[in-house]
Design a protein around this ligand. Structure first.
Ligand code: ZN
Length: 423
């Protein structure tokens, strides 16, 4: 008999995401590892039983003082994994909406010293307590919407020392929010004004002044770079990523977002874990990503938030056999705290099926940030991170825009609903 301190019963549709290879590719992205009339049992923050209600009644005993919750015939899925966020910054850019409506692009606004550079100034000047408090509030709203693990990129200091400061805050945020956070060094987010005519020197400064400290103090798991005209060339991106790999980091690229920059083919050539955005990637790019096994991290709300005509090429990527993950791209440019909303756009903009979108936001997203085996699935022995919704099946998560979870659990503990710190 299995002992448990928490039992969840009356789950109408349980999507475990636990069967199949990782990452999922092609038709395997539609395999949800579903159990109907299901139950879960948790002990010490880990799943100790995953199966049907009938099995649970036979095999599981609730400990004295343990708790039981009926999901009311609703749906339970793994905690969402958000594989791409720029959530660590100061200030906001709500005032940019008018500029965007007037036709200014992200790159136009950046060239005028606004946009990203406005956030860089605010972040450089913010005290550590302001940065921690504002970021923690965002992370708490994200977890209330079902995100239980996410990536956090640096990238709004754009000096070696400032970037190290941002990375050093990520373990504090993880401790204070209970979220599983993966740190990515994005010192090459943009060329800072001080180096506007010397981008190669900035890349050299990142390599000589930031990478050694990151490696020594284990400040980041991944290194990323923004490979686009006006940002970093393919050659500069490659120089930084090769040095980061030597320093023991995994590799990512912001690739082919505004134009076909060559970032996707660079990601394939270097064997990067992921290439991200990829709005302008070609059929040939998709072929090389698929054959290199590079995960495409798509951010379907970013073109929406930029009034761009193009949509993320989700359907094309899946059909080409590229492993696909989806994320929020939470930044001051696209303020997205809700993974259920990301799922809706993954379906209605990027044309993934609801099952593919759920795979992309859980098991494949975990793979994209090196958390396979730790996040994105519901299985015995795994951390009990899961989300319950009052809906008849998992397909309704993207189908119903703006859906809010009924309950979110992280390590077997119930997360307070959004805006409620006392629950
Ligand atoms: Zn991004």
């Amino acid at each position: 008999m299995t002992r448990a301190d928490l039992v969840i019963t009356d789950i109408g549709d349980l999507a475990t995401m636990a069967s199949g290879p990782v990452p999922r590719v092609g038709p395997a992205m539609r395999e949800l590892g579903r159990i109907s009339r299901a139950a879960l049992a948790i002990e010490g923050g880990q799943f100790v039983f995953v199966g049907t209600e009938a099995q649970c009644r036979r095999e599981v005993r609730l400990r004295a003082g343990g708790s039981r919750w009926s999901a009311g015939g609703g749906t339970v899925v793994p905690g969402f994994v958000d594989p791409h966020t720029h959530v660590l910054f100061a200030g906001d850019r709500a005032a940019e909406i008018d500029l965007k409506i007037g036709g200014a692009s992200y790159a136009d606004i950046a060239r005028q010293g606004g946009g990203l550079f406005q956030t860089v100034l605010a972040t450089r000047h913010a005290t550590t307590s302001v940065l921690l408090e504002s970021t923690e509030a965002r992370l708490r709203r994200m977890v209330a919407m079902g995100t239980t693990a996410c990536e956090v990129k640096s990238g709004y200091a754009l000096t070696p020392a400032g970037e190290l400061r941002l990375l050093s805050l990520i373990p504090i945020l993880a401790r204070d929010t209970g979220l599983r956070l993966v740190a990515t060094f994005l010192g090459a987010h943009a060329i800072p004004p001080e180096y506007s005519d010397r981008p190669d020197e900035y890349v050299s400064a990142l390599i000589s002044k930031a990478l050694p400290s990151i490696a020594r103090d284990h400040l980041a798991d991944f290194c990323d770079a923004f490979c686009e005209p006006g940002f970093f060339t393919v050659g500069q991106t490659e120089r930084l990523l090769v040095a980061a790999r030597t320093a023991g980091m995994g590799l990512k690229v912001h690739a082919d977002e505004f134009v076909r920059s060559g970032g996707a083919s660079l990601a394939a050539r270097l064997g990067c874990r992921s290439a991200e955005h990829l709005l302008e990637s070609s059929e040939g790019d998709r072929r090389v990503l698929a054959s290199a096994g590079v995960t495409a991290v798509l951010l379907p709300l970013t073109p929406f938030a930029s009034f761009a005509a193009r949509a993320s090429p989700g359907r094309e990527m899946v059909d080409a056999g590229v492993p696909v993950a989806v994320g929020s791209d939470f930044s001051p440019n696209s303020w997205v705290e809700s993974m259920p909303l990301v799922l809706s756009h993954s379906v209605y903009s990027a044309r993934l099926t609801p099952a593919e979108a759920l795979t992309a936001a859980t098991v494949n997203a975990a793979h994209a940030i090196g958390l396979s085996g730790e996040a994105g699935t519901i299985a015995v022995g795994r951390s009990a991170d899961f989300v319950a919704f009052d809906i008849p099946s998992a397909e309704h998560i993207p189908y119903r825009f703006g859906l809010t979870p009924t309950r979110v659990y992280r390590r077997g503990n119930r997360v307070p609903p959004a805006g409620d710190r006392t629950a």
